[in-house]
Design a protein around this ligand. Sequence first.
Ligand SMILES: Nc1ncnc2c1ncn2[C@@H]1O[C@H](COP(=O)(O)OP(=O)(O)OP(=O)(O)O)[C@@H](O)[C@H]1O
Length: 317
Amino acid sequence: MSYFSVQNVSKSYDQGLALSNFSLSLEKGEFLSIVGASGSGKSTLLRIMAGLEIQDEGEVHLDGELILNPKHKLVSGYDEIKLIHQDFHLFPNSTVEENIARPLLHYEKDYSKARVETLLDLLGLQEFKSRYPRQLSGGQQQKVAIAKALSVEPDLLLLDEPFSSLDTIQTHQLISELKSLFLELGTTVVFVTHDLDDALRLTDNLLILQKGKTVQTGSSKDLCESPKTQYVARLFSPINRLPNSKSSYLRPANVKLRTKNGLLAHVVDSRFLVHFNSLQVKLKESGITWEVDDPQRKYAVGDRVYVSWEEEKIMRL
Ligand SMILES: Nc1ncnc2c1ncn2[C@@H]1O[C@H](COP(=O)(O)OP(=O)(O)OP(=O)(O)O)[C@@H](O)[C@H]1O
């Protein structure tokens, strides 16, 4: 059996199915990013993994031990499994140092002190150790919450979109810092997010969740080149439906723009992006608007263009 496994887990709420026959397995120290839209069942899944939610069916095992849910365990949850979400619960009247030490109350004093020092160092929080949470930025508070979760050396860390309150630059920096930290500590990590870019900054080991089911697993390359659903395809770029087709799509980068030969279109919008201009072009005959890359920054709003493509670039979804 794998180090951590979720086997055939299903869960319904009154309103309907949240998870359907979901399974996964991870080895010790492995990272997994689960990407899913809002309502796809990510939080429910992590709560079941942590033993905090009662599933209708299925089992969760960590290191050979069955994870009991609140129906079978008086005090729900496990020290070995830490779930961190956006509302990091820091104690407002305790300093950074005290917050991190809080879960270590029943540990030996010397051990607790040394552990807090290590975490302050690892997360770059030494200079803030005497401050209260309100005196910290969102990113710093998030780091304290993570240090607090790591204080009891969890075997499994579950991250439920914990960076939603941070801006993109802060999020990317924090994820890359945490990645090094988790590698160093050998922690097994499951990170759920709706943002593929964030997911990839932690790991290229991806699972895509849609309506409580795994729709695809694999690397970014696998998923980008052979997406199984429109949702998976759209995680990487917008997709353009071919005229007169219900299931054939092209990525903006795979549409060729020419001054002759192809389907006639007009440029209706243009955005300057770092590697290319992103154009909106309206196809004359079908009236469909496509998003198309213009790497040579050749076309402007109002221009007539002809669009064409190679047959092999068509995605059938
Ligand atoms: N306590 C609850 N009672 C009833 N329905 C719930 C409960 N928690 C979640 N659901 C429903 O279960 C489904 C999955 O919800 P869940 O929160 O797991 O999704 P999610 O992917 O984490 O969403 P988000 O990204 O918006 O947080 C949704 O349809 C949601 O409305």
